[in-house]
Design a protein around this ligand. Structure first.
Ligand code: PMP
Length: 386
């Protein structure tokens, strides 16, 4: 995206807001014959049917900013079973978890506010934080998992107001924090009294029984907001997610929601509430896990079969992505890949500071087995030419 022209007299926010490089890559992915590993889309073939809705007259009217009671009741039960005890008055339904991230950032971040982030991290949150003028303070999410020493150093030196983490099947690396890492991070956040934004859209895509108890459930002193999503669990097109907030922060994020869009769409919430109240969730989640686990395992097998030994990755225990680390620069991989009709996603837009420019994110969620194999054969050939 080109930068806004100075004659337009836009706000400082608009002038800071970066475009999304991935949107442009996704349009190339649509070309005929192209095999794309770039998008992070769930597989439509395992999205459940919509429930029968019956009489919809009750949702024609404006609703409340915090969301529909039925979804909130069901979330309290489900999240309780996932290790996050909360009450209905801590829940706010949002237009996708992306809106939760934006609102959370808006009530915490001023120009120059120090915000600690994993490096690499989710690029649309980088877009939100850069738009607000945050000072990004990265810590390593490297080969050996969470670099606790580098996190503690940043908390000590920079005195940040907020830490943004994706501890479960992270986008883009696929990394999931161990139990010990979750406890250690919570202790650090309590000690330095920093607000945690915990982003958790992939939790149900758990293929190996990974430990996933939310970090915020361990906090004793620090405040927090937890972002959940129905996008990967049910239907992304409904654009419905939720925030669970520490009681001190809840009134503020609710106020930000009121000022933004009054409330989230009631039809989407009705569909989700009815689906959950019918008891359909556990079997559906098991089906999702079985479906995506097969794809993840095939991807692992084919990567070993076709890619050069110098390419390194870790098997993700959940989520939708493999993060490949190469010995060479990935700058040319995209253009050469497009010529060879395969689209990998270069890791650079996810990298905050260390920007090694040597990683690729490959999504396996939507791939047919045939495309996966042909796509990796093509990618292997492209890597040989670098
Ligand atoms: N957080 C992360 C880490 C994501 O990868 C995504 C999108 N896939 C989101 C938040 C936003 O999800 P949604 O708005 O669809 O709930």
């Amino acid at each position: 995206m080109s930068s806004p022209s100075p004659e337009l007299k836009l706000s400082a926010y608009a002038n800071r807001l970066p475009g999304s490089p991935v949107r442009e890559i996704l349009s190339v992915s649509q070309q005929p014959g192209m095999i794309s590993f770039a998008g992070g889309l769930p597989d439509a073939s395992v999205m459940p049917e919509m429930p029968e809705l019956g009489d919809l007259s009750s949702i024609k009217q404006y609703g409340t900013s915090d969301g529909e009671a039925l979804v909130k009741q069901e979330l309290v039960k489900w999240l309780g079973s996932e290790g996050l005890a909360c009450t209905e008055d801590q829940i706010m339904i949002t237009s996708g978890s992306q809106q939760g991230l934006d609102l959370a950032a808006r009530i915490l971040v001023d120009v120059g506010t120090q915000v600690v982030v994993e490096d690499p991290t989710y690029l649309a949150m980088l877009q939100v934080l850069r738009g607000l003028g945050a000072d990004l303070v990265p810590f390593d999410l490297g080969e050996n998992g969470v670099d606790l020493a580098s996190l503690e150093q940043q908390l000590k030196d920079k005195n940040p107001r907020m830490v943004y983490l994706i501890p479960t099947f992270q986008n883009p690396t696929g990394y999931s924090y161990t139990e010990a890492e979750r406890i250690a991070v919570a202790e650090l956040l309590d000690r330095y009294d920093v607000t945690l934004i915990e982003d958790d859209p992939y939790r149900v895509l758990n293929y190996d029984n990974a430990f996933t108890r939310p970090i915020c459930s361990y906090l004793k002193k620090a405040t927090w907001m937890y972002m959940g999503s129905f996008s990967k669990m049910l239907w992304p097109g409904l654009r419905t997610g939720y925030v669970i907030a520490h009681p001190d922060l809840y009134p503020w994020i609710l106020r930000a929601k009121q000022a933004t869009d009054l409330h989230s769409n009631r039809l989407g919430q009705k569909i989700i509430g009815d689906f959950m109240a019918a008891g359909s969730l556990p079997a559906h989640i098991e089906r999702l896990q079985n479906h995506y686990r097969v794809k993840r395992d095939l991807m692992q097998k084919l990567l070993k079969q076709y890619l050069p030994e110098s390419v390194k990755w870790k098997l993700p225990a959940g989520g939708m992505f493999f993060w490949l680390e190469l010995e060479t620069d990935t700058r040319d991989v995209l253009s050469k890949g497009i010529e060879a009709k395969v689209v990998p996603l270069p890791g650079t837009p996810f990298e905050v500071e260390k920007s090694a420019g040597k990683a690729l994110r490959l999504s396996f969620s939507q791939m047919t087995p045939e495309d996966m194999e042909e796509g990796l054969k093509r990618l292997a050939k492209v890597l040989e030419t670098l």
